[in-house]
Ligand binder design. Structure first.
Ligand SMILES: [Zn+2]
Length: 93
């Protein structure tokens, strides 16, 4: 019974390449963040040349957005994969 309460990452180590399960090791940093990519162009609201592309979670799930890093206005917003970076086995693509 106590074995069922172990953290999931401990239970998955037992599979060691024999079962098709995900492996999500603990991050090496104290915080995690999404990578941002600079985008050419200017903000539709404030005009700053400070657009950045990254993934966010918001109402309706994950979104790939291009936002102004100065005023946070959205230049574009498109649906991202249903579970973000996590791809569960058997999930629709
Ligand atoms: Zn702006």
């Amino acid at each position: 019974m106590a074995q069922d309460l172990q953290p999931i990452h401990v239970a998955r180590r037992r599979c060691a390449g024999e079962c098709p399960m995900h492996n999500h090791p603990r991050p090496l940093t104290s915080t995690v963040d999404a990578p941002r990519r600079d985008v050419a162009g200017s903000c539709p609201e404030c005009g700053a040349a400070a657009l950045s592309s990254y993934r966010v979670i918001s109402e309706g799930g994950w979104w790939n957005v291009v936002k102004c890093t100065r005023c946070l206005a959205s230049a574009s917003r498109e649906p991202a994969p249903m579970f973000g970076a996590f791809m569960p086995l058997g999930a629709p693509r």
